[in-house]
Ligand binder design. Structure first.
Ligand SMILES: [Zn+2]
Length: 92
């Protein structure tokens, strides 16, 4: 099986502004959804990159773009944990 460095496909147009520097970001999506994505609890349908070299933010992923492979209690538990983690990261 060939090994790709990245399966990220750029999406046309500007993405939303970077949460840190407010510059428009570039949007990406997976070239195709493979076993690798399906084996994870979730993956992101699209994500964004900030190319501003003066900005520390590189990759930005939004909850709304999360595609879940889990259901029920296991998903709720992981979602709760992710939210707690995010809050901790924002406060630092
Ligand atoms: Zn930025």
């Amino acid at each position: 099986m060939p090994k790709f460095k990245s399966d990220a496909v750029p999406l046309p147009g500007d993405g939303p502004p970077c949460p840190r520097c407010q510059q428009p970001m570039l949007a990406f999506r997976h070239q195709q959804i493979t076993k690798k994505q399906r084996q994870q609890p979730f993956f992101y349908r699209r994500w964004f990159r900030c190319y501003n070299v003066a900005c520390k933010t590189t990759i930005v992923q939004f909850d709304a773009d999360r595609q879940w492979n889990l259901e029920g209690e296991r998903r709720e538990s992981l979602e709760r944990w992710l939210k707690r983690n995010e809050q901790r990261m924002r406060s630092t």
